[in-house]
Design a protein. Structure first.
Lengths: 335, 288
């Protein structure tokens, strides 16, 4: 059953159409990511679900009830903010208890729930710290506990990992996903980081220019992107179009092949083969990226695992000729 | 090598000498003029006076303080002065908080500099001009306020404590608005959104989140309005009628009995020091 139904949602700021006709059904208990570049409208959609912005047209339903014009404090959703937005004058425990206090829970019950939430985000023992005595990762967890303790129908997360360093971000990605399974609450997660979206989501809605470009499972978004934007934004895309498409594939149109699907220096039957010159070699540690100028008139990126080669060996391949090959099933035609 | 070059090189090598050169003038000002005059005030207050010639006799006495603290009349003046300073501060805060909130959070960012200019503009006009303007407003029978409320059956309150409080509130309001504006502008939108997201209506968000976070700025503003009101005597003379504050007592005594005037003048200084001490831990002093 859809917990959130968004219909034909639109919002302009001045002459800029931030959100331009979005339809989206979000299933109960799913982890849905709104992915897109900055200015694509993903955050505005989230803020309209939270109630911080009022749409120009369209409607938002939560559990079948129209909430489009309700103020934030009457909606059964909670938000984790990008800058955490902890209350600086309250300690960790008071921050977490705030929502329960507003809803007039008994003091003992409030305390019990808050301590449990703190434990859930692995911050037991920090209840009397002030936000400015916490690290970025810890503030993030407090913000999460403060929202989750209210048991909302839907939790909204606005780029919550953006300010953390890479190691911590990867760790938090795993924890967030685990937490979501544990509490069973629907998560709507906004990010511009495609890797983050692919790791954590049940489904991804890719945004551009205020519209949803594609809504699908992570594997489907990555393996069979619907259009050029999705192909380019999620992962590195090799685009083959125009004369090159005619020569290589024998059809008109725009096609894409992921770099890791392309093999170097092997030919075979039932595969596409294309000859070219290696222009660039980038040694990435576990793998190497090759930029190859094909004779057909297109540049393709190929990614190869460094199973036996050393950095010196792959460097020596620069400016040599090679053959690229990929299975026909790996190429997708874009609309 | 010229002398200036060698001096420059000496300063470049020696950090202490550089800091001394930088601070020489401000330190002279602070120690000699500012602290010096306060010390002179204190020393004068423990001297005697020849009651016949009004000449200061440099002999130690505590009689001035005994007079100030035992005479009921001076105690009453102190209480009145405190009352006026507290009223002015509270009214300024009540007006300034919503005003600063509008300026910092609701008005469009483009119009903010204009609003700030509007708040500051009255500070460019002469103090006396503004107070005389208020005098014409409060004039009994012919004043503007009388004209305004006489059709409703009222009449101008005339010159007195109310006129003083209104006049001082008018004068010091900008000193309250500006620090609160600065405090509210620093407050992130997301913190206010978070409160509302967690179920709090506007009133609760204001009293539980916005007010406590901007409290140090409000205290910072109150230090200005409170101390300026405590020390004022010209407004009281022009708008107060027969009403008097500590400043007027000092003013009346300093040609006749300078040590006594000095003892009276120490009262607002002591009250301010107590006030500053009590608000120190709110962090307001870091906001000035």
């Amino acid at each position: 059953m859809a917990i959130i139904e968004i219909q034909n949602l639109a919002k302009s700021f001045g002459s800029v159409k931030a959100v331009d006709g979005v339809d989206l059904d979000i299933q109960a208990g799913e982890f849905l990511t709104l992915l897109g570049p900055s200015g694509s409208g993903k955050t505005t959609v989230l803020r309209m679900i939270a109630g911080f912005e009022t749409p120009d047209s369209g409607s938002i339903k939560l559990n079948g009830t129209d909430i489009t014009y309700l103020p934030p404090y009457e909606r059964d959703v909670n938000t984790v903010f990008q800058d955490y937005a902890l209350f600086p004058h309250m300690d960790v425990l008071s921050n977490i208890e705030y929502g329960l206090k507003v809803k007039k829970f008994e003091k003992a019950e409030r305390r019990e729930k808050a301590l449990k939430a703190l434990e859930q985000v692995r911050l037991a023992g920090y209840e009397n710290r002030k936000p400015n005595q916490l690290s970025g990762g810890q503030r993030q967890r407090v913000a999460l506990a403060r929202a989750l303790v209210n048991r909302p129908s839907v939790l909204l997360l606005d780029e919550p990992l953006g300010a953390l360093d890479l190691k911590l971000r990867q760790q938090m990605q795993i924890e967030l996903k685990e937490l979501q399974r544990e509490v069973g609450i629907t998560f709507i997660f906004v990010t511009h980081d495609q890797e983050e979206a692919l790791t954590m989501s049940d489904r991804i809605a890719v945004f551009d220019k205020g519209k949803i470009q594609q809504l699908d499972k992570p594997a489907a978004i990555y393996e069979s992107p619907k259009n050029e934007f999705v192909a380019g934004f999620v992962g590195i895309s090799n685009l083959i179009s125009g004369a090159a498409a005619q020569k290589l594939i024998g059809k008109a149109g725009t096609f894409t092949v992921r770099p890791e699907k392309i093999r170097l220096g092997m030919t075979g039957s039932d595969v596409r083969n294309a000859e070219g010159l290696i222009k660039e070699v980038e040694y990435l540690g576990p793998s190497t990226r090759f930029l190859v100028q094909l004779d057909a008139g297109v540049e393709l990126m190929a990614l190869r695992q460094n199973s036996s080669e050393s950095a010196f060996e792959v460097e020596a391949m620069r400016n040599t000729r090679t053959t690229l090959s990929w299975e026909i099933a790996s190429e997708y035609q874009l609309v | 090598m010229t002398i200036t070059t060698s001096a420059r090189r000496y300063l470049h090598r020696n950090v202490r000498a550089r800091i001394s050169a930088l601070l020489a003038l401000p330190l002279f000002w602070l120690v000699v003029i500012y602290i010096g005059s306060l010390a002179a005030l204190f020393i004068t207050s423990i001297w005697k006076i020849d009651t016949f010639t009004s000449k200061v006799i440099r002999e130690f006495t505590l009689q001035n303080f005994i007079d100030v603290f035992t005479d009921r009349a001076y105690f009453n003046v102190t209480i009145r002065t405190l009352f006026v300073a507290i009223c002015v501060t509270l009214i300024c805060a009540t007006i300034a908080i919503p005003m600063a909130f509008f300026m910092a959070r609701i008005a469009r960012p483009r119009s903010r500099p204009i609003l700030i200019a509007l708040v500051i503009t009255p500070l460019w006009a002469s103090y006396l001009v503004k107070i005389y303007a208020w005098r014409t407003m409060f004039y009994p029978e012919t004043g503007f306020i009388n004209w305004l409320i006489s059709p409703l059956g009222g009449s101008s309150p005339g010159f007195g404590i109310l006129a003083v409080i209104i006049g001082l509130t008018y004068l010091w309001l900008p000193y309250m608005v500006l620090p609160i504006y600065a405090g509210m502008e620093k407050l992130p939108d997301s913190v206010i959104d978070a409160s509302s997201d967690l179920g709090a209506k506007s009133g609760r968000t204001f009293f539980n989140i916005i007010l406590p976070i901007t409290w140090p700025s409000i205290i910072a503003g109150s230090i200005f309005t409170f101390s300026l009101s405590m020390g004022d005597y010209i407004t009281v003379q022009i708008l107060g009628g027969t009403f008097q504050m500590l400043g007027n007592v000092v003013y009346q005594n300093f040609s006749l009995n300078l040590p006594f005037a000095a003892a009276v003048a120490l009262i607002p200084v002591i009250i301010m020091m107590v006030y500053l001490g009590s608000v120190r831990k709110t962090g307001a002093l870091d906001n000035l």
